[in-house]
Write a protein that binds this ligand. Sequence first.
Ligand code: ASP
Ligand code: MG
Length: 470
Amino acid sequence: MKIVMKFGGTSVADGKRIRHVASLAARFSRGNQLVVVCSAMGDVTDQLISLTEDARSGSEKAVEARLAAIRESHLAALKEAVKSPEVAAKVRRKLTETLAQLGQLARGSTILRELTPRSRDGILSSGERLSNPIVWGALLDQGVDSVYLTGGECGIMTDDNFGDAAPLMEVTGYQVKENLGRIMGEGKTPVVTGYIGATQGGEMTTFGRGGSDLTATVIASSIGADEVWIWSDVDGLMTADPKTVPDARVLSEVSYAEAGEMAVFGAKALHPRTLEPVAEKGIPVRFRNTFKPDHPGTVVRRDPKAYAKNIVKSVALVKGVAIITLTGASMVGRPGSAARIFDVVAKSGTNILMISQSVSESNISMVVNRSTMHRAVNALELMMLGPGGLKQVNYEDDVSAVAVVGGGMRGAKGIAARVFGAVAASGINVRMIAQGSSEQNISFVVHEGDAKDAVRAVHRAFHLEKLNSS
Ligand code: ASP
Ligand code: MG
């Protein structure tokens, strides 16, 4: 089989783990053709983000301290992960080159106290350009003939939307197939940096946080892989967060649409665009635990067969949200009032998670992240001063959202009754409800003190704790 394997930050957090990752890749490379994609080590991307902030405020000392820490941790990982002196020397040359570029960018920005989006991506992309060469070395060390490439060298071409770049699939597909095909044709395993692409002019770009998953699926779609395996530190996608629901279960199979909904609301954040490139081609994506390699994990595929009788598959808790409610009698029957409201909210830089409007049209409620709520409320209050019939803006910031996900909800009757019956039986008041027209998700908002009980009540109502046991 042709498999693209992506290892997340915790899987490559230090030298010992990198050796383990290399041994997994070595094991699965027997009989399969692999492409390995890795994230930055541990929380290195967070460190690089702090570095950009220190640079922008001109804190020379802080910048030097961070550069030194990043250098130290990677050299220590190299020492631990790669035993052969010849291989270690090759990897060290790569690291030295990347560290020098990183130092130049960081010091330049510190002097100028300014950071362009382009330089920022140059800095943020360093994490993957430091971790992947070490993985490459560890593979060589364990006898797997491999080749290290950045996303750009691999052929991933993006637009120039630095920090949130989108791959240009047409060219990318062609180039990646060509480049990796040649390497794999020689029996070698490519090791490609996650998270990174390049513009047509060769400038380094990044896909936004968690973007290594997207790298893996873009490559899989380009080379026509049989499967993508995403290795992290959890067993797979679950019926609920086990911290909230101790008897939550690992789902063995879900559809792309379900995984997409879970990615938006679930505890384990998947890059939102991860599944697009593979869903189109029906390439299955497997979620597996690096530290329990024999656990089967979860597979995301087009037509999952398991759980045909399970209408609901997962219940997620979304914390840190707020409801904004707009009231105004003259919104009634006025086309365009909703559009104007959402436009104002969008321009305030606030992302909307849920929307609901009563049929009387006299109020609209929306759920947003609590951290951006005040921006939206301020913008709406300004709007209220103008024409448009908006009378009042209220907010509640002591709430959480619960998202109930399952493809089987589509067309099934009585699901909402079961969900809200269970919530009511626990004595919990529901403040707002929304269902997407995909009918694969029912979301509702409760007081944050009730949220965990609401999740448990719904989980129990659909017997999710018994999943896999019959
Ligand atoms: N290193 C990047 C991040 O932490 C990309 C990734 O891990 O997928 O967001
Ligand atoms: Mg990461």
